[in-house]
Design a protein around this ligand. Structure first.
Ligand code: FES
Length: 111
């Protein structure tokens, strides 16, 4: 039998053990040189480029509610599931990344 291929060997970046990423957890990981925000909301993991599309400001640390994260700079809200802006001043969506759960470990990778 062949060994299972680690997700990390396929371009995925390990975020951490699911058990260590509680509800509401936020962190940023580097995916191919890009800072990617990982958020756990209502049990699901979401990953978006850690960069507000309004004025190039990190989204990490923004308030999360109703499935949306708020940019702390000027208050734009982005939907975690789609990256779409839901309030001004942002009008462009944030790039999404994929998340994956394997053997209790959370990974992110390009969409
Ligand atoms: S930089 Fe995010 S709303 Fe302005």
């Amino acid at each position: 039998m062949s060994e299972p291929v680690s997700p990390e060997g396929q371009g995925w970046v390990r975020v951490g053990a699911e058990a260590e990423l509680p509800e509401g957890h936020q962190c940023a990981v580097d995916v191919q040189g890009i800072s990617v925000l990982v958020v756990r909301f209502e049990g699901q993991f979401y990953a978006l480029r850690n960069n507000c599309t309004h004025k190039d400001y990190p989204l990490l640390g923004g308030e999360v509610s109703l499935g949306r994260i708020t940019c702390e700079k000027h208050g734009a809200k982005f939907e975690l599931a789609t990256g779409k802006p839901k309030t001004l001043p942002a009008v462009k969506p944030v790039k999404l990344y994929r998340t994956r759960l394997e053997d209790g470990e959370v990974y992110v990778g390009p969409l």
